[in-house]
Ligand binder design. Structure first.
Ligand code: FAD
Length: 322
């Protein structure tokens, strides 16, 4: 079966775009994770539609990865096909911008800035792709994806459907996509306002400098480890107050630069991160009676019906494993 699948993937996507036993540590910014049975870079939407329908037909597990900046992958790897959308067109139509899901947010910002379109400045330095940002309803410095995205093209049950943002259940670091494991974001439409390039640049420079000073931006991590349990509870501050900043388990450490981040100092395993996460959760629960949920997406070795995008505990609020 494995060889048949490999031949099919190579036939559809091109041999150079199919990798067998690809270490997930190479695909994620945490630099953690065992091998994915296959990793495929899909070059266009037509091939993606064919691929997904074939994988669904043969009941082969698959997982869509963007930039891998918000993923903790299993040490056992992934027994299925990891798909990367390797198409990244960005188009403009007045104050609207369309961007393929595979486009980097950085490139969307650059594109908007060149056209003096304002509204995305908050996302300067946001690592990852349009697909990942929409999935997470990414946000920073008072802005969120939901403020600028008006609709999204989605692949669902073999059809491409344009969905209005009001139907996508955007909320703090969440969207409907986290409950719909078979929906694939193909692209998003951003509505921006006319602005002045010099003001956009000024704002971006200011916010990017803030990021670089406050975050372990260039370290191996998945960004903020935890969601805020309520708007006025700052997890990083709580971790610091509890004296946990700098605490390590194996190669995983609470960042000494920002206690809200766990970094891989080299050789960390997913098990190390999970152990450290549990330790923090327990301490925060004991001290503040707050139950923390992780913000990153866990990629288990097998996505069964109860896992990852559909029902991952961090997305359902059911994570109580203190
Ligand atoms: C240093 C650092 C700073 C960060 N700062 C911020 C911040 O300020 N604000 C913030 O919100 N986040 C932040 N993050 C987290 C991360 O950058 C965001 O969550 C980002 O949106 C993830 O995008 P990605 O392309 O890397 O997605 P990935 O990590 O690859 O994937 C995340 C999830 O999205 C799903 N996904 C990706 N593409 C698609 C698609 N096309 N269709 C369906 N599902 C898809 C994946 O399956 C996965 O479940 C930071 C991370 C780091 C490392």
């Amino acid at each position: 079966m494995r060889n048949v699948l490999k031949s099919y993937l190579e036939h559809l996507c091109g041999e150079e775009f199919v990798h067998e036993d690809k270490p997930l540590a190479e695909l994620t910014n945490f630099r953690i994770g065992g091998p994915a049975k296959f990793f495929v870079r899909v070059q266009n939407k037509a091939n993606l539609i064919r691929l997904v329908s074939a994988l669904t037909f043969v009941e082969e597990d698959f997982f869509v990865i963007g930039g891998g900046f918000n993923i903790l992958a299993s040490d056992d790897g992934f027994d299925g096909v990891v798909i990367n959308l390797d198409f990244a067109e960005i188009l403009d139509n007045g104050t609207f911008i369309y961007a393929d899901a595979g486009a980097k947010m950085d490139d969307v910002l650059e594109f908007a800035k060149e056209r003096a379109l304002s509204g995305l400045e908050w996302a300067i330095g946001l690592p990852g792709t349009v697909g990942g940002a929409v999935f997470m309803n990414a946000g920073a410095y008072g802005g969120e994806i939901k403020d600028v995205v008006v609709c999204v093209d989605v692949l669902t049950e073999g059809q491409v459907v344009n969905m209005d943002a009001t139907k996508l259940k955007f909320s703090y670091r969440t969207s409907i996509f986290q409950k719909k494991k078979d929906w694939i974001i193909l692209g998003a439409y951003f509505y921006l306002k006319n602005g002045k390039i010099c003001e956009i640049v000024k704002k971006q420079e200011e916010l990017f400098a803030k990021r670089l000073t406050s975050q372990p931006y260039h370290d191996a991590s998945a960004g903020s480890t935890f969601r805020r349990p309520r708007p006025d509870f700052y997890v990083g501050t709580a971790i610091k107050e509890l004296g946990l900043q700098g605490t390590s388990v194996g190669g995983a450490q609470v960042s000494t630069k920002h206690a809200g981040f766990i970094v891989n100092n080299g050789g960390a395993t997913a098990a190390d991160v999970e152990k450290l996460v549990r330790k923090i959760k327990r301490a925060v629960y004991t001290a503040y009676n707050e139950r923390l949920q992780t913000e990153y997406v866990q990629l288990p070795s097998r996505r069964n019906k109860q896992s990852v995008q559909s029902d991952c505990p961090q997305n359902t609020g059911e994570e109580l494993d203190l």
